[in-house]
Design a protein around this ligand. Sequence first.
Ligand code: ADP
Ligand code: MG
Length: 397
Amino acid sequence: MIEFESVTKRYPDGTVAVDGVDLRAESGEITVLVGPSGCGKTTSLRMINRMVEPTGGRILVDGADNTATDAAKLRRGMGYVIQHAGLFPHRTVIDNIATVPYLLGWNRAKARARAMELLDRVGLDAQLAKRYPAQLSGGQQQRVGVARALAADPPVMLMDEPFSAVDPVVREGLQDEFLRLQNELDKTIVFVTHDIDEAIKLGDKVAVLRTGGTLAQFAAPKELLSRPVDEFVAGFVGKDRGYRALSFTPADGITYDPEPAVALGASAEHARATARDGWVLVVDDRQRPQGWVDVGRLTSEVTPELLHRGGTVGSVTGSLRSALDAALSSPTGRGVMADDDGRLVGAVSTATVLALLDPPTSDAAGGNGGGTTGNGRSNGGSGRGGHDTGSTTGAPR
Ligand code: ADP
Ligand code: MG
């Protein structure tokens, strides 16, 4: 656990980069620091491993003031990942990853074995081991950067915009893999980004900083989206946060409509008799949804070529967003929902999902929150209504 107690950093030229910040990064969690450029994110991160010393307040690592630990020793327990990976250009990938083990005096064979293991862990082919960083794509370089930071298995990882330099598609892949990795590794991670979507996606807790280095809000993503404390945070998390907040609301409050289905190979008569509004759902022999068939196109039996693909199947143990995505992506408007084994549970309409969004209690909570933005924004009728209208009248996604 890492705690900031009224931490301030005033650089010698008088710039106050961080101003009286209190926050706590729990062990085994991802704590994200997010905010516009210049708001003190990097400075905050560097004070944790003492690359920068605070001018006020203190930072505790597992309860002990970090200035009590020798800086070099402190850093060995904290992997550090930066934008553009910061790899050594004249060292091969494997030697880059083994940097810290070498420094720690591991023998070469052991350090390299560990490096190869990590290469695999971060999803890179063993063949890349002998390449130089310039021979890798940006996304591959970032993975090597993560592998290098993990090499000595430090309990803490400090990550400064590690994925910001790669394009959005690659970035999403890196984020997904990073979350998968963290699931296995359970590190205490402090992650810096300027990208609010990345913060919301990765953070167990998110600290929103504002220019001047003050903490605007420190909360779980869901709370940040549903109850921004002020205009700054509200503006920063974005107007469509009502829609994004769906990702954090479980779908378990939904009552599903039964959706009759047929198997591949079913006769055209049977499919027509089962269909509703001209479409029938097709499942495999284990009741797993395969797609919809337009019975108007049926001549003989239900074949794979007739399946309308591209719709998403929602998970009943997933979020409301997965249910809404399923409904919005279904040619019938009936979102197909499945259990954890992929078996059909039933269907849900867009209207059903949206009806769950604005229960009276959420209005009341917003009102009680009493913030100038709490009420008007957190019930967010306009944002969500607007999004829904746009999507349902537009092409299925
Ligand atoms: P961020 O990472 O959020 O972009 P930084 O922590 O890098 O922000 O910087 C916060 C503020 O401190 C900025 O105004 C920046 O110009 C200033 N700053 C950063 N490093 C120094 C330094 N070594 N000396 C003086 N000012 C600095
Ligand atoms: Mg920075």
